[in-house]
Design a protein around this ligand. Structure first.
Ligand code: ADP
Length: 464
Protein backbone atom coordinates (compact mmCIF):
# COMPACT_ATOMS: atom_id res chain seq x y z
CA UNK A 1 0.00 0.00 0.00
CA UNK A 2 1.33 3.41 -0.90
CA UNK A 3 1.89 5.76 1.93
CA UNK A 4 -0.07 8.98 2.04
CA UNK A 5 3.10 11.13 2.16
CA UNK A 6 4.54 9.47 -0.95
CA UNK A 7 1.39 10.16 -2.92
CA UNK A 8 1.41 13.74 -1.70
CA UNK A 9 5.06 14.11 -2.70
CA UNK A 10 4.55 12.75 -6.24
CA UNK A 11 1.48 14.91 -6.74
CA UNK A 12 3.39 17.96 -5.58
CA UNK A 13 6.30 17.22 -7.90
CA UNK A 14 4.11 16.57 -10.97
CA UNK A 15 2.13 19.78 -10.34
CA UNK A 16 5.32 21.86 -10.16
CA UNK A 17 6.61 20.32 -13.38
CA UNK A 18 3.32 20.91 -15.16
CA UNK A 19 3.45 24.60 -14.22
CA UNK A 20 7.18 25.14 -14.88
CA UNK A 21 7.55 23.31 -18.21
CA UNK A 22 4.99 25.28 -20.28
CA UNK A 23 6.29 28.56 -18.82
CA UNK A 24 9.91 27.68 -19.74
CA UNK A 25 8.95 26.52 -23.23
CA UNK A 26 6.95 29.71 -23.83
CA UNK A 27 9.75 32.02 -22.67
CA UNK A 28 12.39 30.21 -24.79
CA UNK A 29 10.13 30.36 -27.78
CA UNK A 30 9.44 34.08 -27.41
CA UNK A 31 12.90 35.32 -26.55
CA UNK A 32 15.09 32.65 -28.16
CA UNK A 33 18.06 33.90 -26.26
CA UNK A 34 20.51 31.43 -24.92
CA UNK A 35 21.46 33.49 -21.86
CA UNK A 36 17.85 33.81 -20.87
CA UNK A 37 17.31 30.11 -21.37
CA UNK A 38 20.29 29.35 -19.09
CA UNK A 39 19.04 31.75 -16.38
CA UNK A 40 15.59 30.28 -16.66
CA UNK A 41 16.90 26.74 -16.46
CA UNK A 42 19.06 27.54 -13.37
CA UNK A 43 16.16 29.40 -11.76
CA UNK A 44 13.91 26.46 -12.55
CA UNK A 45 16.39 24.01 -11.05
CA UNK A 46 16.82 26.09 -7.86
CA UNK A 47 13.05 26.40 -7.53
CA UNK A 48 12.62 22.67 -8.09
CA UNK A 49 15.36 21.91 -5.56
CA UNK A 50 13.71 24.15 -3.00
CA UNK A 51 10.32 22.60 -3.66
CA UNK A 52 11.79 19.11 -3.44
CA UNK A 53 13.38 19.98 -0.10
CA UNK A 54 10.08 21.35 1.20
CA UNK A 55 8.28 18.24 -0.02
CA UNK A 56 10.81 15.90 1.68
CA UNK A 57 10.56 17.89 4.93
CA UNK A 58 6.78 17.79 4.75
CA UNK A 59 6.86 14.05 4.12
CA UNK A 60 9.19 13.42 7.07
CA UNK A 61 7.06 15.55 9.42
CA UNK A 62 3.90 13.86 8.25
CA UNK A 63 5.50 10.45 8.70
CA UNK A 64 6.72 11.33 12.21
CA UNK A 65 3.39 12.84 13.25
CA UNK A 66 1.39 9.92 11.89
CA UNK A 67 3.82 7.49 13.53
CA UNK A 68 3.32 9.18 16.89
CA UNK A 69 -0.44 9.21 16.46
CA UNK A 70 -0.45 5.53 15.56
CA UNK A 71 1.83 4.72 18.55
CA UNK A 72 -0.49 6.59 20.86
CA UNK A 73 -3.46 4.70 19.41
CA UNK A 74 -1.66 1.40 19.93
CA UNK A 75 -0.96 2.33 23.57
CA UNK A 76 -4.62 3.19 23.99
CA UNK A 77 -5.77 -0.15 22.57
CA UNK A 78 -3.13 -2.40 24.14
CA UNK A 79 -2.30 -0.68 27.42
CA UNK A 80 -5.41 1.46 27.71
CA UNK A 81 -3.14 4.42 28.34
CA UNK A 82 -2.40 7.79 26.67
CA UNK A 83 -1.59 10.47 29.08
CA UNK A 84 -0.46 13.28 26.73
CA UNK A 85 -0.40 13.22 22.95
CA UNK A 86 2.87 14.49 21.44
CA UNK A 87 2.38 17.90 19.77
CA UNK A 88 2.43 17.26 15.97
CA UNK A 89 4.76 19.41 13.82
CA UNK A 90 2.05 19.82 11.19
CA UNK A 91 -0.68 22.25 12.13
CA UNK A 92 -3.31 20.16 10.33
CA UNK A 93 -2.68 17.22 12.70
CA UNK A 94 -2.89 19.13 15.98
CA UNK A 95 -6.73 19.00 15.90
CA UNK A 96 -6.52 15.24 15.45
CA UNK A 97 -4.10 15.02 18.40
CA UNK A 98 -6.49 16.98 20.62
CA UNK A 99 -9.39 14.74 19.60
CA UNK A 100 -7.25 11.71 20.35
CA UNK A 101 -6.49 13.07 23.82
CA UNK A 102 -10.22 13.57 24.52
CA UNK A 103 -11.04 10.07 23.21
CA UNK A 104 -8.19 8.65 25.33
CA UNK A 105 -9.40 10.29 28.53
CA UNK A 106 -12.98 9.17 27.84
CA UNK A 107 -11.89 5.62 27.20
CA UNK A 108 -9.80 5.69 30.40
CA UNK A 109 -12.76 7.01 32.41
CA UNK A 110 -15.10 4.36 30.98
CA UNK A 111 -12.60 1.61 31.68
CA UNK A 112 -12.20 2.90 35.28
CA UNK A 113 -16.00 2.88 35.71
CA UNK A 114 -16.22 -0.63 34.30
CA UNK A 115 -13.40 -1.79 36.62
CA UNK A 116 -15.14 -0.24 39.63
CA UNK A 117 -18.40 -1.96 38.65
CA UNK A 118 -16.56 -5.26 38.19
CA UNK A 119 -14.88 -4.92 41.63
CA UNK A 120 -18.22 -4.12 43.26
CA UNK A 121 -19.85 -7.11 41.61
CA UNK A 122 -16.95 -9.34 42.63
CA UNK A 123 -17.16 -8.15 46.27
CA UNK A 124 -20.90 -8.86 46.30
CA UNK A 125 -20.43 -12.29 44.72
CA UNK A 126 -17.58 -13.16 47.11
CA UNK A 127 -19.43 -12.14 50.25
CA UNK A 128 -23.08 -12.89 49.60
CA UNK A 129 -24.51 -15.84 51.51
CA UNK A 130 -26.40 -17.00 48.45
CA UNK A 131 -24.65 -19.33 46.01
CA UNK A 132 -24.49 -17.90 42.46
CA UNK A 133 -23.65 -19.90 39.36
CA UNK A 134 -23.76 -18.63 35.79
CA UNK A 135 -23.88 -21.21 33.03
CA UNK A 136 -23.16 -20.36 29.40
CA UNK A 137 -25.47 -21.22 26.48
CA UNK A 138 -23.66 -24.59 26.26
CA UNK A 139 -24.63 -25.34 29.87
CA UNK A 140 -21.08 -25.05 31.18
CA UNK A 141 -20.16 -23.11 34.30
CA UNK A 142 -18.75 -19.65 33.63
CA UNK A 143 -19.07 -18.06 37.07
CA UNK A 144 -19.30 -19.62 40.54
CA UNK A 145 -19.03 -17.74 43.83
CA UNK A 146 -17.56 -19.01 47.15
CA UNK A 147 -21.02 -19.62 48.71
CA UNK A 148 -21.98 -21.89 45.81
CA UNK A 149 -18.63 -23.70 46.15
CA UNK A 150 -19.36 -24.26 49.87
CA UNK A 151 -23.01 -25.31 49.42
CA UNK A 152 -22.27 -27.70 46.56
CA UNK A 153 -18.98 -29.00 47.97
CA UNK A 154 -16.92 -28.04 44.93
CA UNK A 155 -14.13 -25.66 43.98
CA UNK A 156 -14.04 -22.92 41.37
CA UNK A 157 -11.19 -24.56 39.49
CA UNK A 158 -13.12 -27.81 39.20
CA UNK A 159 -16.51 -26.31 38.41
CA UNK A 160 -15.48 -23.90 35.64
CA UNK A 161 -16.26 -25.25 32.17
CA UNK A 162 -18.22 -28.16 33.59
CA UNK A 163 -21.97 -28.81 33.41
CA UNK A 164 -24.09 -28.71 36.56
CA UNK A 165 -24.43 -32.45 36.78
CA UNK A 166 -20.63 -32.75 36.68
CA UNK A 167 -20.35 -30.17 39.48
CA UNK A 168 -23.00 -31.76 41.74
CA UNK A 169 -24.32 -35.32 41.51
CA UNK A 170 -27.95 -34.40 42.27
CA UNK A 171 -29.75 -34.39 38.88
CA UNK A 172 -32.45 -31.99 40.15
CA UNK A 173 -30.20 -28.98 39.44
CA UNK A 174 -29.68 -29.94 35.80
CA UNK A 175 -33.44 -30.48 35.39
CA UNK A 176 -34.12 -27.08 36.92
CA UNK A 177 -31.67 -25.44 34.48
CA UNK A 178 -33.39 -27.15 31.55
CA UNK A 179 -36.81 -25.99 32.76
CA UNK A 180 -35.54 -22.42 33.13
CA UNK A 181 -34.68 -22.41 29.42
CA UNK A 182 -38.36 -22.97 28.58
CA UNK A 183 -40.10 -21.18 31.45
CA UNK A 184 -37.66 -18.22 31.98
CA UNK A 185 -37.64 -18.48 35.78
CA UNK A 186 -38.23 -21.50 38.01
CA UNK A 187 -37.51 -22.37 41.61
CA UNK A 188 -37.54 -25.51 43.66
CA UNK A 189 -36.42 -26.80 47.04
CA UNK A 190 -33.81 -29.49 46.61
CA UNK A 191 -32.74 -31.76 49.44
CA UNK A 192 -29.11 -32.78 48.99
CA UNK A 193 -27.00 -35.24 50.94
CA UNK A 194 -23.58 -34.14 49.61
CA UNK A 195 -21.44 -32.46 51.01
CA UNK A 196 -23.91 -32.28 53.92
CA UNK A 197 -27.60 -32.99 54.36
CA UNK A 198 -29.16 -29.66 53.44
CA UNK A 199 -32.33 -28.18 52.00
CA UNK A 200 -31.46 -25.71 49.25
CA UNK A 201 -33.83 -23.29 47.59
CA UNK A 202 -32.60 -23.06 44.01
CA UNK A 203 -33.84 -20.41 41.57
CA UNK A 204 -32.85 -20.67 37.90
CA UNK A 205 -33.38 -17.86 35.45
CA UNK A 206 -32.68 -17.85 31.70
CA UNK A 207 -30.37 -15.05 30.49
CA UNK A 208 -31.53 -13.68 27.14
CA UNK A 209 -30.01 -11.13 24.78
CA UNK A 210 -32.01 -8.13 23.50
CA UNK A 211 -32.69 -10.14 20.37
CA UNK A 212 -34.31 -12.81 22.55
CA UNK A 213 -31.51 -15.30 21.93
CA UNK A 214 -30.76 -17.57 24.90
CA UNK A 215 -27.25 -16.92 26.21
CA UNK A 216 -27.10 -18.83 29.48
CA UNK A 217 -28.65 -19.46 32.88
CA UNK A 218 -28.25 -17.81 36.26
CA UNK A 219 -28.74 -20.12 39.24
CA UNK A 220 -29.11 -18.76 42.80
CA UNK A 221 -28.90 -21.23 45.70
CA UNK A 222 -30.00 -20.45 49.24
CA UNK A 223 -29.55 -22.69 52.28
CA UNK A 224 -32.98 -22.93 53.94
CA UNK A 225 -32.16 -25.90 56.19
CA UNK A 226 -32.21 -23.86 59.42
CA UNK A 227 -35.48 -22.09 58.47
CA UNK A 228 -37.20 -25.35 57.56
CA UNK A 229 -36.05 -27.11 60.72
CA UNK A 230 -37.20 -24.13 62.80
CA UNK A 231 -40.57 -24.28 61.08
CA UNK A 232 -40.73 -28.00 61.77
CA UNK A 233 -39.70 -27.43 65.40
CA UNK A 234 -42.42 -24.80 65.76
CA UNK A 235 -45.01 -27.14 64.26
CA UNK A 236 -43.85 -29.97 66.52
CA UNK A 237 -43.87 -27.63 69.49
CA UNK A 238 -47.47 -26.55 68.89
CA UNK A 239 -48.47 -30.20 68.45
CA UNK A 240 -46.59 -31.17 71.64
CA UNK A 241 -48.05 -28.34 73.72
CA UNK A 242 -51.56 -29.23 72.56
CA UNK A 243 -50.92 -32.86 73.36
CA UNK A 244 -49.43 -32.08 76.79
CA UNK A 245 -52.30 -29.78 77.74
CA UNK A 246 -54.97 -32.11 76.42
CA UNK A 247 -54.35 -34.81 79.05
CA UNK A 248 -54.76 -32.69 82.21
CA UNK A 249 -57.67 -30.79 80.64
CA UNK A 250 -59.38 -34.07 79.73
CA UNK A 251 -58.77 -35.32 83.28
CA UNK A 252 -60.20 -32.13 84.73
CA UNK A 253 -63.30 -32.45 82.56
CA UNK A 254 -63.74 -36.09 83.55
CA UNK A 255 -63.53 -35.21 87.26
CA UNK A 256 -65.95 -32.30 86.87
CA UNK A 257 -68.43 -34.47 84.94
CA UNK A 258 -68.23 -37.14 87.61
CA UNK A 259 -68.76 -34.52 90.30
CA UNK A 260 -71.86 -33.24 88.54
CA UNK A 261 -73.42 -36.66 88.47
CA UNK A 262 -72.16 -37.81 91.89
CA UNK A 263 -73.99 -37.93 95.18
CA UNK A 264 -72.86 -35.26 97.61
CA UNK A 265 -70.98 -37.53 99.95
CA UNK A 266 -67.99 -35.86 101.54
CA UNK A 267 -65.47 -38.66 100.95
CA UNK A 268 -66.07 -38.74 97.17
CA UNK A 269 -66.09 -34.98 97.14
CA UNK A 270 -62.69 -34.91 98.82
CA UNK A 271 -61.34 -37.44 96.31
CA UNK A 272 -62.63 -35.39 93.38
CA UNK A 273 -61.24 -32.21 94.82
CA UNK A 274 -57.88 -33.91 95.27
CA UNK A 275 -57.90 -34.98 91.61
CA UNK A 276 -58.92 -31.47 90.56
CA UNK A 277 -56.07 -30.04 92.60
CA UNK A 278 -53.52 -32.44 91.07
CA UNK A 279 -54.55 -31.85 87.47
CA UNK A 280 -54.85 -28.09 87.79
CA UNK A 281 -51.41 -28.00 89.44
CA UNK A 282 -50.00 -29.97 86.53
CA UNK A 283 -51.58 -27.55 84.07
CA UNK A 284 -50.16 -24.61 86.02
CA UNK A 285 -46.67 -26.19 86.03
CA UNK A 286 -46.67 -26.80 82.27
CA UNK A 287 -47.85 -23.25 81.63
CA UNK A 288 -45.28 -21.82 84.06
CA UNK A 289 -42.42 -23.78 82.40
CA UNK A 290 -43.61 -22.68 78.95
CA UNK A 291 -43.67 -19.07 80.07
CA UNK A 292 -40.11 -19.31 81.46
CA UNK A 293 -38.93 -20.78 78.15
CA UNK A 294 -40.69 -18.23 75.99
CA UNK A 295 -39.47 -15.34 78.18
CA UNK A 296 -35.89 -16.54 77.74
CA UNK A 297 -36.27 -16.94 73.99
CA UNK A 298 -38.08 -13.75 73.15
CA UNK A 299 -36.95 -11.31 75.81
CA UNK A 300 -33.26 -11.98 76.42
CA UNK A 301 -32.51 -8.30 76.75
CA UNK A 302 -35.04 -7.90 79.56
CA UNK A 303 -33.28 -10.43 81.80
CA UNK A 304 -32.51 -9.20 85.29
CA UNK A 305 -28.80 -9.28 85.91
CA UNK A 306 -27.29 -8.89 89.35
CA UNK A 307 -24.29 -10.05 91.38
CA UNK A 308 -25.15 -12.66 93.97
CA UNK A 309 -23.69 -15.29 96.27
CA UNK A 310 -24.17 -18.72 94.66
CA UNK A 311 -23.69 -20.53 97.96
CA UNK A 312 -26.61 -18.61 99.46
CA UNK A 313 -28.71 -19.50 96.41
CA UNK A 314 -27.86 -23.20 96.78
CA UNK A 315 -28.79 -23.09 100.46
CA UNK A 316 -32.23 -21.80 99.50
CA UNK A 317 -32.56 -24.58 96.92
CA UNK A 318 -31.58 -27.16 99.56
CA UNK A 319 -34.26 -25.88 101.91
CA UNK A 320 -36.90 -25.96 99.20
CA UNK A 321 -36.05 -29.49 98.04
CA UNK A 322 -35.66 -31.19 101.44
CA UNK A 323 -39.35 -32.11 101.57
CA UNK A 324 -39.34 -33.73 98.13
CA UNK A 325 -36.12 -35.61 98.99
CA UNK A 326 -37.60 -37.06 102.16
CA UNK A 327 -40.82 -37.95 100.28
CA UNK A 328 -38.71 -40.08 97.89
CA UNK A 329 -36.39 -41.29 100.70
CA UNK A 330 -33.37 -39.63 99.11
CA UNK A 331 -30.38 -38.20 101.02
CA UNK A 332 -29.57 -34.68 99.89
CA UNK A 333 -25.91 -33.77 100.49
CA UNK A 334 -24.62 -30.23 99.92
CA UNK A 335 -20.85 -29.92 99.61
CA UNK A 336 -20.72 -26.20 99.04
CA UNK A 337 -17.88 -24.08 100.43
CA UNK A 338 -17.92 -20.31 100.91
CA UNK A 339 -17.57 -18.62 97.52
CA UNK A 340 -14.64 -16.34 96.84
CA UNK A 341 -16.34 -14.07 94.34
CA UNK A 342 -20.04 -13.37 93.71
CA UNK A 343 -21.50 -14.32 90.34
CA UNK A 344 -23.03 -11.95 87.79
CA UNK A 345 -26.20 -13.29 86.16
CA UNK A 346 -29.97 -13.71 86.39
CA UNK A 347 -30.36 -15.10 89.91
CA UNK A 348 -33.98 -16.21 89.43
CA UNK A 349 -33.18 -18.18 86.29
CA UNK A 350 -30.07 -19.84 87.74
CA UNK A 351 -32.14 -20.85 90.77
CA UNK A 352 -34.85 -22.32 88.48
CA UNK A 353 -32.15 -24.31 86.66
CA UNK A 354 -30.71 -25.66 89.95
CA UNK A 355 -34.20 -26.56 91.22
CA UNK A 356 -34.88 -28.49 87.99
CA UNK A 357 -31.58 -30.41 88.15
CA UNK A 358 -32.07 -31.38 91.81
CA UNK A 359 -35.72 -32.22 91.15
CA UNK A 360 -34.67 -34.70 88.45
CA UNK A 361 -31.81 -36.09 90.57
CA UNK A 362 -34.35 -36.90 93.31
CA UNK A 363 -37.11 -38.24 91.05
CA UNK A 364 -34.92 -40.42 88.80
CA UNK A 365 -32.91 -41.79 91.72
CA UNK A 366 -33.01 -45.26 93.23
CA UNK A 367 -34.81 -45.82 96.49
CA UNK A 368 -32.64 -44.55 99.37
CA UNK A 369 -30.25 -43.08 96.88
CA UNK A 370 -28.10 -39.99 97.36
CA UNK A 371 -28.03 -36.62 95.60
CA UNK A 372 -24.86 -34.55 95.92
CA UNK A 373 -24.63 -30.88 95.09
CA UNK A 374 -21.23 -29.23 94.68
CA UNK A 375 -19.76 -25.96 93.51
CA UNK A 376 -16.46 -25.50 91.64
CA UNK A 377 -15.06 -22.01 91.34
CA UNK A 378 -12.53 -20.99 88.72
CA UNK A 379 -11.24 -17.55 87.84
CA UNK A 380 -13.28 -17.33 84.64
CA UNK A 381 -16.25 -19.61 85.35
CA UNK A 382 -18.32 -21.31 87.99
CA UNK A 383 -19.76 -24.84 87.89
CA UNK A 384 -22.73 -26.17 89.84
CA UNK A 385 -22.52 -29.98 89.97
CA UNK A 386 -25.55 -32.17 90.70
CA UNK A 387 -24.95 -35.93 90.84
CA UNK A 388 -27.25 -38.81 91.68
CA UNK A 389 -27.09 -42.56 92.06
CA UNK A 390 -30.17 -43.12 89.92
CA UNK A 391 -31.26 -44.90 86.79
CA UNK A 392 -28.88 -43.05 84.47
CA UNK A 393 -29.59 -42.09 80.86
CA UNK A 394 -29.02 -44.35 77.83
CA UNK A 395 -26.27 -43.19 75.43
CA UNK A 396 -28.74 -42.65 72.57
CA UNK A 397 -30.91 -40.27 74.63
CA UNK A 398 -28.17 -37.98 75.96
CA UNK A 399 -28.75 -35.11 73.59
CA UNK A 400 -32.47 -35.64 73.15
CA UNK A 401 -33.30 -35.17 76.85
CA UNK A 402 -32.58 -31.45 76.45
CA UNK A 403 -35.35 -31.16 73.82
CA UNK A 404 -38.70 -29.80 74.90
CA UNK A 405 -41.16 -32.45 76.10
CA UNK A 406 -38.67 -35.24 75.52
CA UNK A 407 -38.75 -37.94 78.18
CA UNK A 408 -36.89 -41.22 78.30
CA UNK A 409 -39.53 -42.95 80.36
CA UNK A 410 -42.81 -41.15 79.69
CA UNK A 411 -44.79 -43.04 82.31
CA UNK A 412 -42.23 -42.35 85.06
CA UNK A 413 -42.01 -38.68 84.13
CA UNK A 414 -45.81 -38.24 84.26
CA UNK A 415 -46.06 -40.23 87.45
CA UNK A 416 -43.53 -37.93 89.13
CA UNK A 417 -45.27 -34.84 87.81
CA UNK A 418 -42.61 -33.95 85.21
CA UNK A 419 -43.46 -31.51 82.45
CA UNK A 420 -40.69 -32.63 80.05
CA UNK A 421 -39.43 -29.03 79.95
CA UNK A 422 -37.03 -28.99 82.93
CA UNK A 423 -33.76 -29.78 81.12
CA UNK A 424 -34.72 -27.60 78.18
CA UNK A 425 -34.97 -24.69 80.63
CA UNK A 426 -31.61 -25.63 82.21
CA UNK A 427 -29.88 -25.61 78.84
CA UNK A 428 -31.45 -22.27 77.90
CA UNK A 429 -30.38 -20.69 81.19
CA UNK A 430 -26.80 -21.89 80.61
CA UNK A 431 -26.71 -20.64 77.02
CA UNK A 432 -28.27 -17.32 77.94
CA UNK A 433 -25.32 -16.74 80.27
CA UNK A 434 -22.84 -17.91 77.61
CA UNK A 435 -22.34 -21.23 79.40
CA UNK A 436 -23.29 -24.88 78.86
CA UNK A 437 -24.53 -28.05 80.55
CA UNK A 438 -22.24 -31.06 80.76
CA UNK A 439 -23.61 -34.56 81.37
CA UNK A 440 -21.82 -37.68 82.54
CA UNK A 441 -24.07 -40.66 82.98
CA UNK A 442 -24.08 -44.41 83.14
CA UNK A 443 -27.21 -46.53 83.03
CA UNK A 444 -28.15 -47.95 86.43
CA UNK A 445 -25.28 -46.12 88.12
CA UNK A 446 -26.32 -42.50 88.03
CA UNK A 447 -25.83 -39.14 86.33
CA UNK A 448 -23.85 -35.97 86.94
CA UNK A 449 -25.16 -32.74 85.44
CA UNK A 450 -22.78 -29.75 85.53
CA UNK A 451 -24.13 -26.29 84.89
CA UNK A 452 -21.22 -24.08 83.80
CA UNK A 453 -21.67 -20.28 83.94
CA UNK A 454 -18.85 -17.98 82.79
CA UNK A 455 -17.99 -15.02 85.00
CA UNK A 456 -18.19 -12.60 82.05
CA UNK A 457 -21.94 -12.91 81.65
CA UNK A 458 -23.29 -13.16 78.13
CA UNK A 459 -26.50 -11.35 79.13
CA UNK A 460 -24.69 -8.05 79.55
CA UNK A 461 -23.11 -8.52 76.13
CA UNK A 462 -26.55 -9.08 74.58
CA UNK A 463 -27.95 -6.06 76.36
CA UNK A 464 -25.12 -3.66 75.47
P1 ADP B 1 -39.20 -34.11 83.18
O1 ADP B 1 -40.13 -33.08 83.57
O2 ADP B 1 -39.84 -35.25 82.48
O3 ADP B 1 -38.27 -34.52 84.26
P2 ADP B 1 -36.84 -32.96 81.98
O4 ADP B 1 -36.69 -32.09 80.81
O5 ADP B 1 -36.40 -32.43 83.27
O6 ADP B 1 -38.34 -33.44 82.02
O7 ADP B 1 -36.03 -34.29 81.70
C1 ADP B 1 -36.22 -34.95 80.48
C2 ADP B 1 -36.04 -36.44 80.66
O8 ADP B 1 -34.66 -36.71 80.94
C3 ADP B 1 -36.79 -37.01 81.83
O9 ADP B 1 -38.10 -37.35 81.46
C4 ADP B 1 -35.96 -38.22 82.18
O10 ADP B 1 -36.33 -39.30 81.35
C5 ADP B 1 -34.54 -37.80 81.81
N1 ADP B 1 -33.75 -37.37 83.00
C6 ADP B 1 -33.58 -36.10 83.42
N2 ADP B 1 -32.77 -36.06 84.51
C7 ADP B 1 -32.43 -37.32 84.79
C8 ADP B 1 -31.62 -37.94 85.79
N3 ADP B 1 -31.00 -37.24 86.74
N4 ADP B 1 -31.50 -39.27 85.75
C9 ADP B 1 -32.12 -40.01 84.80
N5 ADP B 1 -32.90 -39.50 83.84
C10 ADP B 1 -33.06 -38.16 83.82
Amino acid sequence: MKSLTRILFIRYFVTVMLILLPVAVAVIYMRSRFADAVVLAIGGLVLMGALTFVAIWARKSLERDLGEVSNALRRLVVENEIKRMPQPALKELSGLARDMEVIGSRVRRNVRLLERERDRLRTILDNIDIGIIVLGANGKTEVINPSAERLLGTTRDFALNRTFVEVHPDPSFERLVERAREESMVNEEIEISYPKRRILKATACAIKRKSGRFSGTLVAIEDVTAIRSLERARRDFVANVSHELRTPVANLRAVIESMIGAEEDSETRARFLDALDRESLRLAEIIEDLLVLSRMESDRIGMEEETFDVRRLLEEVEEEKQELASKYGIRLVFNVEEVEKPLLGDRKLIKTACLNLIDNAIKYNKPEGKVEVGLIEASDELAIVVSDEGIGIPESERTRIFERFYRVDKARSRETGGTGLGLSIVRHVAELHGGYVDLKTKEDEGSTFTLVIPRASAISQVGS
